[in-house]
Design a protein around this ligand. Sequence first.
Ligand code: 5AD
Ligand code: SF4
Length: 429
Amino acid sequence: MKFHVITLGCQMSAADGAETAADFRRRGWQATAVPAQADAIFLTTCSVRRHAEERALSLIGRLREWKAQDPRRLLVVAGCVAQRLGSRLTKRFPHIDCVVGARHAGHYAEIVAEALKDRISASPQAMPKPLATPRGAGIPLGGPVQHLTIIRGCSCACSYCIVPSVRGSESCRPVEEILDEAHARIQNGARELTLLGQRVNAYRSDGMDFPDLLRALDALPGLRRLRFMSPHPTLCTDRLAAAIRECRTVCEWVHLPAQSGCDRILGLMRRGYSRQQFLDTAERLRATVPDVVISTDIIVGFPSETETDFTQTLTMLEELRPATAFCFKYSARETTPAAALADDVPAPVKEKRLAAVNAAVERLTRQALDAQVGGIVEVLAETSTFGRTRTGFKTRWQSPAAAGDLISIRVNSATRRTLLGDINEPNTP
Ligand code: 5AD
Ligand code: SF4
């Protein structure tokens, strides 16, 4: 049985895809990068914005042809769109064999294997018995940089966001399970782990909170770097800042989603902070963690956002000075509280504001990259000539290094998004 995995959406969706691929392998299936050679396609989907959902639906539509070439082929649709639309998906796309929603993330493989067991045994290469290996052993080599989901779901009440209704409320994985998985991933080649959760710093389990978990993971031998995303600004405590500063592996990069710089809009978004409180949080982080680099998320064109409100977002960005930002046009999502508000910012205005905010971000990124030129940075090689700094800057160099090594790079110049340099000297600890 050969399978092909396609992931759309956030890193959590990508992590779900990678985990499912590992579980399929444990069951004796083989991964293929070529859909034409696959007996099964496993697709995880995103519904955070309408555009993301449309992308998923259009891909499912196009896979009709793949399925028609051999009706024994299996198409499995998982993730947020599967959760939201459920059986409406199979009605619209009868060529789907199995729909499994995001609330089952972490158990996709067993659900798929059970739901399709008769079909799988009739497939061109029937499924052999599951391998008798412990859970961690199924985790793929996956390269030196891997993700690890620590919280599923979200208990936040941001008015624009569909995630809590799609993925359900927050559920934290037990500390032991996380430590075991981290250990297994390190054994299988991971050198950098990114902890994932919609509100990753809301973690609480077995008497430990998020800073405690960072400290516990920091002690794992073989781990070189630890990142996390996305923390919620209201939960960025002094204890968290201290853990970032004090933990050897925790990187000096924090993705801190602002969403807006206007108090009135932040109130309507139900973010739980004002512009000044947000900026103070960033300032406190910077005071505790020297050279920390901040990135953020911005939504433009939220219902009732005026030109003056939007200007507040632009001036907030100038104060925050993020190294980068992901900027989105507001997209009204069914069942969210904000969907009850008139989506009254016209599409061309949203477009204009998005372009303006992206231009500001481009300039801030340029400045952040230029500030690195002439310096020496520590890079974790993800391939022989590409890696990232602790602060998250993409970096390229010429003479090949071994993937997984920490190397020292002298930065000579920067393109739009990437630092370019030469290996300074081996810096492996
Ligand atoms: N419209 C536009 N952007 C959204 N995001 C979440 N929901 C919406 C929406 N309805 C953005 C936020 C969030 C990121 C993951 O997606 O900026 O931080
Ligand atoms: Fe998209 Fe949110 Fe689901 Fe991630 S959790 S795939 S961003 S809807």
